[in-house]
Design a binder for this molecule. Structure first.
Ligand code: PEP
Ligand code: MN
Length: 345
């Protein structure tokens, strides 16, 4: 249930509605909107009788929420949420481009790539310090040293940095260095990690599990919001299917569905979806055309020498082209009346 307050509801009226919700055994969650405040009712086991709230002063409407995910749903919050990553907005219209190598390998490697992708138009730098690898014998990332290199990249370029947290134990450390904390596909249903992310003060990039439905993905985001962190960006990165022409199958239809169901921004990672460099530019174009709020792309200055995901990493010149093309597509869509993020599109 969502209680929508009148535009001119007083703080006393709001307080007494909150109290009434608590007295009924539920948890009230204030949700500020553009014009008016709403109060979400959480922790109800069954349907809530809205009539007892409707009769209270200051309450305009009581809207039943039908979705299992509440805080992430459009029913709870109609306006798009814009996530600010240390000054860079995701979800504000133009597609935000995040780029960098799969893994941080050395300071020289990270700085070379960061400067290069920034010149091309990237606004946020990516790079893994802790890498989730299928084989325990593959490069696992530089760990703390990688995080320190990421800080250096931020200091030198001014770009915010996003990096993955693999486990609960290292969350404090990653949170301290990152401007945005990534939860990868393999951890999408690691519920203790999600709850910890909910206590984090920084934005979370939540990737879709490679075998997760959209409902499961949004429920994972709900864990984070339920703990109090409303700064979540969703990332579609491909799901596992029967095909063998790509590493995963990029589910482009997830974008309009998520935008209908949720107010949270959604970006696309064409690199992990494709697993092959030659598909990354076309999928990026498609991602922007379908309305994604941004892209996350792997770029390496020497992909053939990369310690992880070289075959899907773009050469810097390819990244130049990608940015030019997606900007052109976005500009064209905007000119023709589609901002690419309209709820009813
Ligand atoms: C990554 O972005 O570095 C990564 C490991 O992605 P995913 O979790 O989507 O495989
Ligand atoms: Mn990778």
């Amino acid at each position: 249930m969502l209680l929508v307050m009148h535009k001119d509801a007083t703080s006393e009226q709001i307080d007494s509605v909150m109290l009434m919700v608590t007295e009924n055994g539920y948890t009230p969650r204030p949700i500020p909107g553009g014009e008016r405040l709403s109060i979400g009712i959480l922790n109800n086991k069954g349907p809530v009788d809205g009539s007892r709230f409707l009769s209270m002063k200051g309450v305009k409407e009581a809207i039943p929420v039908t979705r299992p995910y509440k805080l992430v749903s459009r029913e709870f919050k109609r306006e798009d949420t814009i996530i600010n990553v240390k000054g860079v907005n995701i979800g504000s219209g133009h597609p935000t481009v995040i780029a960098g190598p799969c893994a941080i390998e050395s300071e020289t490697q990270a700085l070379t790539i960061a400067k290069r992708v920034q010149e091309a138009g990237a606004e946020i730098f990516r790079g893994g310090a802790f890498k989730p690898r299928t084989s325990p014998y593959s490069f696992q990332g530089l760990g703390l040293e990688g995080l320190e290199i990421l800080s250096r990249v931020r200091d030198v370029t001014g770009m915010p940095v996003v990096t993955e947290v693999l486990d609960y134990e290292n969350f404090d450390m990653v949170e301290q260095y990152a401007d945005m904390v990534q939860i990868g596909t393999r951890n999408m249903q690691n519920f203790s990690l999600l709850r910890r992310a909910g206590l984090c003060q920084k934005p979370i990039l939540l990737k879709r599990g490679f075998a997760a439905t959209i409902d499961e993905w949004l429920m994972a985001a709900e864990y984070i919001l339920a703990e109090g962190n409303g700064q979540v960006v969703l990332c579609e990165r491909g799901v596992r299917t029967f095909v063998n022409h790509s590493r995963n199958t990029l589910d482009l239809s997830a974008v309009p569905v998520v935008k209908r169901e949720s107010h949270l921004p959604i970006i696309i990672d064409p690199s992990h979806a494709a697993g092959r460099r030659d598909q990354v530019i076309p999928l990026s174009r498609a991602g922007v055309a379908v309305g994604a709020h941004g892209l996350m792309v792997e770029v390496h200055n020497a992909p053939e020498k990369a310690l992880s995901d070289g075959p899907q990493s773009l050469y810097p010149e390819q990244f130049d082209l990608l940015v030019r093309q997606v900007r052109a597509i976005y500009a064209n869509l905007k000119e023709n009346g589609c901002e690419g993020h309209a709820v009813s599109a």
